[in-house]
Design a protein around this ligand. Structure first.
Ligand SMILES: Cc1cc2nc3c(=O)[nH]c(=O)nc-3n(C[C@H](O)[C@H](O)[C@H](O)COP(=O)(O)OP(=O)(O)OC[C@H]3O[C@@H](n4cnc5c(N)ncnc54)[C@H](O)[C@@H]3O)c2cc1C
Length: 461
């Protein structure tokens, strides 16, 4: 699509008029931080604007569509794939000033909010009314509900509660051209017509600007407890997880850590897992106090059948300490190498062991450490490829490992991204996963919402 090549004086005047004061940034110094995200790729925008309401957002998209100016929606920029990097220039739209929680309703079990609310702030507001919004990406304290919806963020609790998609009841979005579209509502069930709001979930800012959100809530679990178990090898780790699920339990988290993860986390502190363990499982259960006590008993019994090397139970105040090892992984990994590529492959659950073994052997072939950990309960395992940019050829090797991992996931019937999305980082691999027919239909659907392709171009589909 032919886009405008730069911002003219008339364009700049329009934007400063629509977004007075620091609502519009135009100098390189002010815009520098908006050129990148957690994926660390960079491209300078032509302008950054900060709408405070839907009317401003609608007027912006009416103008941008007419002028063929690329528009890149941006929230907290915690995505790790370059999803908010303006590779075609244009206007970056920060949604962070639209950050009001409008209503948390105990009768409807629903919350209505603006997209720039940080997810943990929504959870805290719900908890005050003994309500629960379960989606919890590890970035829950920094990322926003609008960003989570646009990426369909997953997280630790997805095994029991599902991903962000499962909690969206309604959306309001502003479309290129300036139309405001309201989809869904507070009703927990609705089967009339096509589910348009779901098209926006995971659409990575490529259909329009989300300006209001309605999410589903459930009662806040009264209690929780966690269990950390160490195993002699990968196979017994997988047997441990199978034993728990076969016993009829559905934990709210089922995390896996490989031997390399345990070794590197031991370099920064005590890890309450047997020293000879080559893998660990971390479970969480939640519910009423009585149910949690009973589930912990059942879970440890189930694990006992596969003879773990160690089992540590954390309940009450001791629970958080048990998660410390999981939280330490990312900072500790930099002790191995200063740079890393973080991939989030997902495969059918039954093929996780095969995937982890293959990931390790690909890393060994290229002489690079690869750490595997994450959401075993969803078959979504994070693979961190560690390398040193300053060492000859290590960066190229890391990318070669990444390419092989993507192909491995596809061979195993999985996906190149379980939760982070494609952004710039994986855009070139999308045609390896999606068929030409799928891509054509997605392009047709995009054209209905965004006929001139101004929304977040260059991000994979
Ligand atoms: C330490 C760390 C841990 C993480 N853990 C997880 C995890 O466990 N699970 C997981 O899924 N992800 C995780 N992530 C990735 C990231 O946090 C998520 O992708 C998150 O949903 C991004 O939210 P954000 O507010 O930062 O959005 P941004 O990164 O700013 O934007 C993400 C996408 O949403 C679009 N967008 C944002 N707001 C709007 C809007 N209002 N309208 C239209 N489009 C919009 C943007 O254009 C972009 O495509 C993690 C990241 C970090 C740094």
């Amino acid at each position: 699509m032919p886009y405008a090549q730069a911002l003219t004086k008339a364009h700049a005047a329009f934007l400063t008029d629509l977004f007075p004061g620091d609502g519009c940034l135009l100098t390189p110094e002010e815009m520098n931080v908006f050129a990148t995200d957690a994926g660390r790729k960079r491209a300078m925008p032509w302008a950054v604007v900060r709408p405070e309401n839907r009317e401003q957002a609608a007027e912006l998209l009416r103008w941008a569509d007419a002028e063929r100016i690329p528009v890149v929606p941006r929230a907290r920029a915690t995505n790790q794939v370059g999803a908010v990097v303006p590779v075609h220039g244009g206007v970056v739209v920060s949604l962070l000033r639209m950050n009001q929680i409008i209503d948390v309703d105990e009768r409807d079990f629903a919350a209505v909010l603006q997209p720039g609310v940080v997810t943990s702030d929504l959870q805290a507001a719900c908890a005050e009314k003994r309500l629960f919004y379960p989606p919890d990406p590890a970035s829950v304290k920094t990322s926003t509900v609008g960003g989570n919806i646009s990426t369909c963020a997953g997280g630790l609790r997805a095994v029991k509660y599902g991903v962000t998609r499962d909690w969206v009841l309604g959306l309001e979005a502003v479309l290129p051209g300036g139309r405001v579209l309201s989809m869904g509502g507070r009703s927990h069930k609705d089967v009339v017509g096509l589910d348009l709001k779901r098209l926006f979930v995971g659409s990575a800012g490529k259909l329009g600007l989300i300006t209001e959100v309605t999410v589903k809530l459930v009662p806040l679990p009264e209690a929780s407890a966690s269990v950390l178990a160490g195993f002699r090898d990968l196979a017994s780790c997988m047997d441990g997880a199978q034993a728990v699920f076969r016993s009829g339990l559905l934990p709210s988290a089922c995390e896996f850590m490989d031997g390399a993860v345990l070794a590197v986390t031991r370099m920064v502190g005590d890890v309450p897992v047997a020293s000879d363990a080559q893998g660990a499982l971390l479970f969480k259960v939640d519910g009423t106090r009585e149910a949690v006590d009973a589930e912990v008993r059942r879970l440890t019994e189930a694990l006992g059948t596969v003879q773990p090397l160690s089992v540590e139970v954390g309940a009450g105040e001791a629970e958080e300490a048990i998660w410390e090892v999981r939280r330490t992984i990312s900072p500790a990994s930099f002790l191995l190498r200063p740079d890393k590529l973080s991939e989030d492959l997902a495969v059918p659950r039954g093929r996780v062991a095969e995937m982890v073994e293959s990931v390790h052997s690909i890393g060994r072939e290229h002489g690079l450490p690869v750490l595997c950990y994450g959401h075993l309960g969803d078959g979504n395992i994070h693979s961190n490829i560690l390398f040193d940019k300053s060492a000859e050829s290590e960066e190229a090797k890391a990318h070669a490992v990444k390419d092989e991992l993507f192909r491995l996931a596809l061979r195993l019937g999985g996906t190149i991204s379980g939760e982070h999305g494609t952004g710039l980082a994986k855009a070139s691999f999308v045609p390896e996963q999606l068929s030409a027919d799928e891509l054509r239909i997605m392009a047709d659907i995009k054209a209905v919402f965004d006929p001139h392709y101004i929304m977040n171009p260059g991000k994979g589909w």
